[in-house]
Design a binder for this molecule. Structure first.
Ligand code: PLP
Length: 450
């Protein structure tokens, strides 16, 4: 059949509160034109993030009831540990409350002044944690990964020649590890190929430097490998996932994505010595190593989620439903980052409103317009998020799709609203920041419309 259906039935529903244009205008002004400051109740379709916003399955909820809340050595930890070990092969598995906690522990141990950390593209919290340690975060994605129009099938790939030059220029002793973000969130949710992973691994081996994955969306990346990379069509997603992790010395993971849960994270390590140091830091701020800032019930939900995310029916529906939104936006004439990513569609805000200069935040203007027109919350990934020091290469608006949460008619509504905003795009106005914190300003900055 051509129709790919949601491979689940809906058992519990959460009503959406409909809002009027006047209510939205008032809410937007109250929020200082920053949609992170809105009350979620004032939103009709929330595409701010795919992180922690998905729906859990009946088996995950059943696991929540089975959660063992013992402080140390809980049964739920061992269920979690066994599942992670089975999927990834890692012996050292630390639970954390979310991805950035894993990043904070890792970079406190390996970062520091004078160090340089290369990545295809650092996600904002990864960059912030690298920089917080005093190190420099460097983005080395391939040139096609910076071109919204390029149809390269693996635009998340890291530029291996630039990585080699970096090792030659700064020396391996200043590069504590190389990171690869799969899929590459800040670069449009684009996958990394197995071939690129192997090539990066070879460079790391040559310079005796560990390779780490930022593996929040490991299953979506593996599914793209299966669909797009020669030689993988007949391999199961689980096998591809295992091959990806086998190439790495460690991984930071936010379970709020492909863990299919609302909270949780992991730090995976091969090095026993580093693991010991990480455990000590974990105890200091997260919790005992058999719960790491999570409840036993959360560990149960993650263990189950990690199993469900490898179901190929689920991944077929997941990737196709994101692609559907991308295709229809393209039909409206909206330039998106091509090809559609795994967890989100990224609209090119520069071509959406070319009359708004980069320092007047075209992405934020689009985000505000989508909210005004239809109560949709999207996320600016451009100069607000990354442009504090220098302008980023792309000005994007991310429409992230929560997992198993919205149906096709919700997506059709998003398309109708976007069509209306696009038709009146000449009237969109830029913004000016009137208040901002020293780091991660996109979360709390306040704006004024020009
Ligand atoms: C690629 C990537 N890395 C790290 C993180 C941080 O994870 P968390 O939000 O769980 O701290 C995210 C979250 O969106 C992400 O997309």
């Amino acid at each position: 059949m051509k129709t790919i259906i949601e491979p689940f039935r809906i058992k519990v529903v959460e009503p959406i509160r409909m809002t009027t244009p006047d209510e939205r205008e008032a809410a937007l002004r109250e929020a200082g034109f920053n949609l992170f400051n809105l009350r979620a109740e004032d939103i009709i379709i929330d595409l701010l993030t795919d992180s922690g916003t998905g729906a859990m399955s009946s088996e995950q909820w059943a696991g929540m009831m089975r959660g063992d809340e013992s402080y140390a050595g809980a049964r739920s930890f061992y269920r979690f540990y066994d599942r992670v070990r089975q999927i990834t092969g890692f012996e050292h598995v630390l639970p954390t409350h979310q991805g950035r906690a894993s990043e904070r522990i890792l970079f406190e141990l390996v970062g520091g002044p004078d160090k340089v950390v290369p990545n295809n593209n650092h996600f904002d919290t990864t960059r912030a944690n690298v920089e917080h340690s005093g190190a420099r975060a460097l983005d080395l994605v391939i040139a096609e990964g910076r071109d919204p129009r390029s149809l390269h099938p693996f635009k998340g790939n890291l530029d291996v020649a630039r990585l080699t030059s970096l090792f030659e220029d700064v020396g391996a002793d200043r590069i504590p590890l190389v990171m690869l973000t799969v899929t590459n969130n800040s670069g449009g949710g684009q996958p990394v190929s197995m071939q690129n992973l192997r090539e990066v691994r070879a460079v790391c081996d040559r310079y005796r430097t560990p390779l780490f994955l930022d593996a929040c969306r490991f299953a979506e990346n593996a599914f793209f490998v299966k669909k797009r990379e020669a030689g993988y069509a007949d391999r199961s997603v689980a096998e591809i996932v295992r091959e990806m992790f086998d190439l790495a010395d460690g991984a930071t993971i936010s379970a709020k994505k492909d863990g299919l849960v609302n909270i949780g994270g992991l730090l995976l390590l091969r090095d026993g010595e580093l693991n010991q140091q990480a455990r000590n830091l974990l105890i200091l701020t997260e919790g005992f190593p058999t719960y790491g800032g999570l409840a036993g019930r959360d560990l149960e939900a993650i263990a189950q989620g990690l199993e469900e995310v490898l179901h190929e029916d689920y991944l077929t529906y997941r990737i196709r439903s994101t692609e559907y939104l991308g295709e229809k936006l393209r039909d409206l004439g909206v330039q998106i980052v091509e090809p559609p990513g795994g967890h989100a569609i990224y609209v090119d805000a520069r071509s959406f409103c070319p009359h708004i200069p980069q320092d007047r935040f075209p992405g934020q203007a689009v985000v505000c317009a989508l909210y005004r027109a239809g109560g949709i919350r999207a996320c600016e990934i451009g100069s607000v998020m990354f442009g504090r020091e220098e302008p980023p290469s792309m000005e994007l608006v991310r429409l992230a799709i929560p997992r198993r949460t919205y149906t096709q008619s919700h997506v059709d509504y998003v398309l109708e609203v976007t069509a209306e905003v696009y038709a009146g795009r000449d009237r969109l106005r830029g913004l000016r920041i009137v208040e901002e914190p020293p780091a991660l300003r996109h979360f709390t900055a306040r704006f004024e419309e020009l």
